[in-house]
Design a protein around this ligand. Structure first.
Ligand code: ATP
Ligand code: MG
Length: 586
């Protein structure tokens, strides 16, 4: 809680003062929104005019500032949020440097109207370039209004460095979104020129996400995170593996409600989606981590957006584990093309929901995995339509029928009035990867084949060290490798899924992947599987009709038939309707 505003000691100032710099209007918005949240407000309204250069006005119903303390609040290094450096260990507020208000005031014309809970009337203070030019008593309900007019009026150089009005506006709106998602319980109002948006107070972050981004994100595309660990708690929402986005707009990380930038957390998010994210696509992740303030340092950068963790690798590992776990609970029902999942298509295919359930009950008996994943959809309170959609997909899916092979590279198939083009190598990689993965996750041995002649594998000295370190993992995946001298290994048995003719290539791939420096926590088995899969059916390989059909059958059984383990798409689908349109038939 905030106490009275006090000037920090010189020693403390030296250690924490980072010389707050307001470079653009969004910095003002961020500081003022944070102050309002720190003041315990339950409603905050933000108004922007002229891309923030004309006016930024923030009004809240927080604790307000005592009349006699207003000049102090406007003085550098005066804060009510900490008294000494030690207080940073227990910090629960956004602010702590006592720099933002004086800094903003010094480069604008500011009006500060505030009334503290303890007083019957408020005060209005007018500043120009940081100097108080007028002060009077005024009426106001509890809370604070700050108007920042003519930002940078006395620093024309900074005005010049601003980007276009629309870019600056977008940055302010992003800052507003970050704040609103950090505090679903606060009601917000946003006025931007002629448009306005109201966000009611919400108990659940999910509702705030939908208030803000409901046009682009569907609840059935989101998966909740919820991990409580002795020293951190991870909450938030991520996208299911198929609902990736073309940009990173739907990613925000919070530590103790503060939006932050962290390469490690960002890496963890992508790592957790590594096997299912097509190139150039991005997962959704609104991830809020709560931890003891003594375990994280926000006093790294003037904007407080960069953080230093005491134990970064542990947080990294926990985040990956939690995302992977929650992802696996919502495995997607097999279907070669995602369009089939859309409810509109489904609704036209079936007359009544009752029918779905009856048919599903009969069919799902043969598909225990599907039934399980649908069960978990419902467990997570997904809308009934999402789980019904998943159930119905099974009903309308007919087996894909092979039509032809094109350039020994692509399979042409048809399924449910769609033409599907399949990258045969990507498909084979996915199938191989999932076979390995299934054995590992169930603790089953990978089926192996004894080689006709043992293969001798010669490597360099440093490579031999790497192979030696991975022998146990290799054995788990069906590579029975023994040392045969300092730089030679003998292979007598290998995974049955890898043709003997491809074994050497597969080992080469494994070696180069072992040489790549990934995050230390990245499991060796995962590296090996990814590399081994490259030896799946290669492009430029002519396959017989039965071979092509088998490949499709196996692909349909994969939990993710959409991307290869390295993220490339596997299928491209064109509906009959699209073709009809192209040929001017409709
Ligand atoms: N909206 C507000 N409601 C109530 N008090 C406020 C508000 N805005 C500022 N204050 C008071 O003014 C003080 C100075 O605010 P300022 O933003 O300059 O510093 P800070 O928030 O303490 O630290 P920082 O510079 O890190 O943001 C705050 O410590 C707080 O006591
Ligand atoms: Mg502040």
């Amino acid at each position: 809680m905030q106490g009275k505003i006090k000037l920090l000691s010189d020693d403390c100032i030296q250690k924490i003062a980072a010389g707050e710099v307001i470079e653009r209007p969004s910095n003002v918005v961020k500081e003022l929104l944070e102050n309002s949240a720190d003041a315990g407000s339950s409603t905050i309204s933000l108004e922007i005019k002229g891309a923030g250069k004309e006016l930024i006005r923030i009004a809240d119903n927080g604790c307000g500032i005592l009349k006699e303390e207003v000049p102090l609040a406007l003085q550098k290094h005066s804060t009510s949020k900490i008294q000494s450096l030690e207080d940073l260990q227990t910090l629960t507020t956004f602010g702590f440097r006592g720099e933002a208000l004086p800094c903003i005031a010094s480069i604008s014309k500011m009006e500060l109207i505030t009334r503290s809970k303890e007083e019957n009337s408020g005060s209005q203070t007018t500043l120009i370039g940081g100097k108080i030019v007028a002060q009077k008593e005024c009426g106001r309900s509890e809370g604070t209004t700050i108007e920042v007019k003519e930002l940078f009026f006395n620093t024309p150089a900074r005005l010049k460095f601003l980007k276009s009005d629309s870019t600056e506006k977008n940055r302010m709106l992003r800052t507003f979104e970050e704040s609103a998602l950090s505090h679903p319980e606060i009601a917000y109002e946003l006025k931007n020129e002629n448009s306005s948006k109201e966000l009611p107070s919400r108990k659940d972050l999910k509702d705030r996400i939908l208030d803000l981004w409901g046009e682009h994100l569907k609840i059935e595309d989101l998966i909740p995170l919820n991990l409580t660990h002795p020293f951190i708690q991870i909450k938030g929402w991520i996208s299911n593996p198929q609902s990736h986005k073309p940009s990173k707009s739907y990613q925000i990380f919070y530590i103790n409600k503060r939006p932050i930038i962290s390469r490690a957390l960002n890496h963890a998010l992508y790592e957790a989606y590594r096997d299912c994210l097509p190139q150039g696509r991005h997962p959704v992740g609104i991830i809020s981590i709560t931890m003891d303030p003594s375990q994280v340092d926000f006093n790294v950068h003037p904007t407080k957006r960069e953080v230093r963790f005491r134990n970064e690798s542990q947080i990294y590992d926990l985040l990956i584990k939690e995302i992977r776990l929650k992802r696996s609970l919502i495995s997607t029902p097999p279907s070669l093309f995602k369009k089939e999942l859309e409810l509109n298509d489904l609704q036209s295919s079936f007359q009544t929901n009752q029918n779905h359930f009856e048919k599903f009950e009969t069919l799902s008996g043969n598909h225990p995995n599907l039934k399980e994943s649908i069960g978990s959809l419902e467990k997570y309170n997904f809308s009934r339509s999402a789980s019904e959609a998943a159930k119905s997909t099974l009903l309308i899916k007919q087996p894909a029928k092979v039509l032809a092979q094109f350039h020994s590279l692509y399979i042409l198939a048809e399924q449910n009035h769609h033409l599907i083009i399949i990258d045969q190598h990507a498909a084979a990689e996915r199938i191989l990867y999932e076979k390995f993965k299934q054995c590992l996750s169930k603790g089953l041995p990978v089926p192996t084949q004894a080689l006709l002649l043992p293969l001798l594998w010669n490597v360099s000295l440093p490579q031999a060290e790497l192979v030696r370190g991975a022998l146990v993992s290799l054995r788990k995946l069906g590579f029975f490798i023994e040392e045969f001298g300092e730089k030679t290994f003998r292979i007598q048995e290998a995974p049955a899924m890898i043709p003997e003719s491809e074994l050497q290539k597969s080992l080469d791939e494994i070696l180069s992947s072992l040489e790549k420096e990934l995050e230390p926590s990245y499991p060796v088995e995962e590296k090996i599987m990814h590399a081994a899969c490259r030896s799946a059916i290669k492009a430029n390989e002519a396959l017989s009709h039965p071979e092509l059909s088998k490949l499709l059958e196996e692909l349909e059984l994969c939990s993710n038939p959409h991307t290869c383990p390295h993220g490339r798409p596997i299928t491209l689908t064109i509906s009959k309707q699209e073709l009809d349109k192209k040929f001017g038939r409709i």
